[in-house]
Design a protein around this ligand. Structure first.
Ligand SMILES: *Cc1c(COP(=O)(O)O)cnc(C)c1O
Length: 435
């Protein structure tokens, strides 16, 4: 880190007043000040720069400081920056909804806005439970989720996430959710769901899942055919299926949405992260007219009573519309294909590596496990060593325990991908010598 007085003063001022997310301040007291972003690069106070290999927590699909997106947000700010979304509406939200629905399977016909991924999930679960409640069905209350699931950090979203060290202090206060076994073992997983559904066929309301890639749980990947079987089973038993595409949406998996690989389609989908290209915070939950209609009544008690102050904020909608403009360009899809091919070739070249193991890929997402000794999991001691190693090399990679992954903006160049691959190989070599 540079030893410069302006830099140091920012670091000290930050440490004096700010409590950072997912940060153990005793171990990591100092945060790196960033002043500028351009493409895949983040720039610090001085000359130092960091290659953002994780799209700043999976959000910046088009890279940083995109001038087109910035312009669109600016233009919107001059018109209307915020308006209450109950009883009022605006063009950016209408246009965005029409455009999103056009990219989703046909039965998605309504868009509900919220503020982020966790809230999009909360809304999805409330929609599903109240759908049955509004019809006078008081039996269907149980929810199924997948082992190793992550759906966000609010209380409802924590309940839907697999028990983990993240949630341990609150575990006894979370509502009950049943977790079926890992989908990368298809037979066991499908059998698990079958027997649960058979044991209480009329009590399950919803099944929630991250399609094809379970992100925070360790970039665990599984087959579309497994998910097809699970959704089919769920539908046969009258469950509503909720796809959490917060990480997988908008080209990440090589198609617009991970559900585009499926034959069986979910009933509710949650989107955020890439939705605004990482420019503004926003989430949406989409559903069918049939689900929407179950809330129609002259009885106001059947309303979906959920809102946030900034619901459908016009600036966030403008950012999302601008991001869609870029997503709809051929150039973006050429980039996605190029990243997929580069990942494939590098993965192939590292086959049977003694330390870089379980190299796996779904579209633009590449993940691997560092295999040194027995331990695994988010609290793995290698995590901090790996993080610091790459930061020193000017690459932002944020390991999930002993799992490393690349989830870069689509504008990343092949030379920049090579920098990451070479750093991974060099790190593995250091580990080989040390352990
Ligand atoms: C990040 C994430 C969330 C939570 O989104 P936030 O915007 O951080 O609240 C939920 N589900 C998945 C799959 C995610 O990756």
């Amino acid at each position: 880190m540079p030893n410069n007085s302006i830099y140091n003063s920012y670091v000290q001022r930050d440490a004096a007043v700010i409590w950072h997310p997912f940060t153990q301040h005793q171990i990591e007291p100092f945060s790196i000040p960033i002043t500028k972003g351009e493409g895949c690069w983040l720039y610090g106070e001085n000359e130092e720069k960091y290659l953002d290999a994780i799209s700043s927590w999976w959000v910046n699909i088009h890279g940083h400081g995109h001038p087109y997106m910035a312009q669109k947000i600016y233009e919107q700010a001059l018109k209307i920056e915020q308006v209450i979304f109950a009883g009022f509406t605006h063009e950016p939200a209408i246009t965005l909804s029409e455009r999103l629905l056009a990219h989703l399977p046909n039965h998605f016909q309504k868009v509900f806005f919220s503020d982020n991924g966790s809230t999009a999930v909360e809304v999805g679960v409330k929609m599903a439970l109240q759908y049955f409640h509004n019809q006078g069905n008081t039996q269907k209350r149980k929810i199924l989720a997948l082992q190793d699931a992550y759906h966000g950090d609010t209380f409802g979203a924590m309940s839907l996430g697999a028990p983990s060290s993240f949630n341990a202090p609150f575990q006894d206060m979370l509502f009950e959710v049943e977790f079926i076994s890992q989908p990368n073992n298809p037979e066991a997983c499908i059998q698990d769901m079958k027997s649960r559904l058979a044991s209480a066929p009329d009590e399950y309301a919803a099944f929630i899942f991250e399609p094809l890639v379970q992100g925070a749980g360790g970039m665990l990947m599984y087959e579309a055919s497994t998910l097809d079987a699970l959704i089919q089973l769920a539908h046969e038993h009258g469950l509503l299926c909720i796809a959490d595409e917060i990480m997988t949406g908008f080209g990440r998996t090589g198609k617009w949405f991970a559900m585009d690989y499926l034959h069986e389609k979910p009933d509710i989908v949650c989107l955020s992260k890439g939705l605004t290209g990482g420019m503004m915070a926003m989430g949406v939950t989409c559903c069918s007219n049939e689900l929407f209609d179950s809330f129609l009544s002259n009885d106001r008690k059947k309303t979906l009573f959920h809102s946030h102050s900034f619901t459908a904020n016009p600036l966030a909608c403008a950012a999302a519309n601008a991001s869609l403009d870029l997503m709809e360009k051929e150039e973006t899809w050429i980039n996605i294909e190029r990243i997929m091919l580069a990942h494939q070739q590098w993965a192939e070249s590292q086959r049977n590596h003694p330390i870089l193991q379980n190299i796996r890929q779904q579209g633009t997402i590449l993940a691997l496990d560092l295999q040194v000794g027995e331990a695994t999991g988010y609290m793995h001691p290698l995590r901090d060593i790996a993080y610091q190693y790459f930061i020193k090399k000017g690459i932002l990679l944020r390991p999930l325990g002993n799992t490393l992954y690349i989830l870069a903006p689509y504008c990343i160049k092949n030379e920049e991908l090579t920098l990451i691959y070479q750093a991974l190989e060099a790190f593995a070599e250091e580990l080989r010598i040390t352990y």
